[in-house]
Design a protein around this ligand. Structure first.
Ligand code: OAD
Length: 239
């Protein structure tokens, strides 16, 4: 069994929990129906905060009705298994939902932020926030009104925790991407970084991602089946 495993998850891992994906080959993803430039950029928030906040309120409501699926549970099992056998899992997600945590994963790196938190645009304070957001709310840390935003990364902004992610990519001996289209950078470039550092690479997805040619191995099918099967195989293999 590889000792240092890096798993990158995307919207496909939460699709069977009822949370939609952004893109797919059938053109049915969220960004085929809504313009991300009007909903997920700092410029959109400055121009029309009500619309942007309402979009994230809706996503927060959807998340309340969602439950982790077998793929989330399998990754939590992998984390505890590796800890027992002297290995390590770095779980990086592009998802802003909390389904990995609810399935029991202890350490999750949310490179695109977290839907259930807010950040103050003035003092940068981050707090848990399970409710709707309105533009007039004041920051609980600095008291300034009209500056609270979802703690998510928008297009044109730098993803979070990149230093930790780069270090883990260099140390990984197996890199696995689950349920991500390989269309959004920097995450889409992680497979090339891990390969260059000597890791084996595996894609677990419903269909071939845009960067599929960079993976040594591919397993196609719904994540709720393919991810648990992959974890079982790993756990059964001797160290
Ligand atoms: P995408 O929506 O781009 O891709 C989802 C991938 O999951 C596709 O390759 C689907 O084929 C696959 N998929 C769908 N259902 C699946 C299932 N049941 N099992 C396995 N795979 C399945 O999502 P991401 O790659 O996560 O960023 O998107 C990356 C970023 O683009 C997001 O974090 C978001 C978005 O714009 C921001 O909002 C900044």
């Amino acid at each position: 069994m590889p000792r240092n495993i890096f798993v990158l998850t995307g919207a496909g891992v939460s699709a069977e929990s009822g949370l939609g994906t952004f893109r797919d080959k059938r053109g049915e993803g969220l960004w085929a129906r809504f313009d991300p430039m009007k909903l997920a950029t700092p410029e959109a928030f400055a121009y029309d905060p009500e619309t942007v906040l309402a979009f994230y309120d809706l996503r927060r409501q959807n998340l309340r009705n969602a439950k982790p699926n077998a793929a989330h549970y399998a990754l939590a099992r992998l984390e505890s298994g590796l800890a027992t056998w002297g290995g390590g899992l770095t779980l990086v997600t592009q998802n802003i939902d909390d389904l990995h945590e609810r399935a029991g994963s202890k350490r999750v790196i949310h490179m695109h932020g977290e839907l259930l938190k807010v950040r103050c645009g003035h003092c940068d304070g981050v707090r848990p926030w399970p409710d709707d957001l309105t533009p007039s709310l004041a920051c609980l840390d600095c008291g300034r009104a009209g500056v609270l935003r979802p703690h998510v990364v928008w297009f044109g902004e730098m993803p979070l925790h990149m230093h930790d992610i780069d270090r883990a990519l260099r140390q990984a001996d197996l890199f696995v991407a689950i349920g991500t289209s390989g269309a959004v950078y920097p995450a889409a470039g992680f497979v090339a970084e891990a390969r260059a550092a000597g890791a084996e690479t595996c894609e677990i997805n419903l269909e071939a991602a845009d960067n599929a040619s960079l993976f040594d191995e591919a397993r196609y099918g719904p994540a709720s089946e393919t991810a648990p099967a992959w974890v079982e195989e790993l756990i059964r293999a001797p160290l």
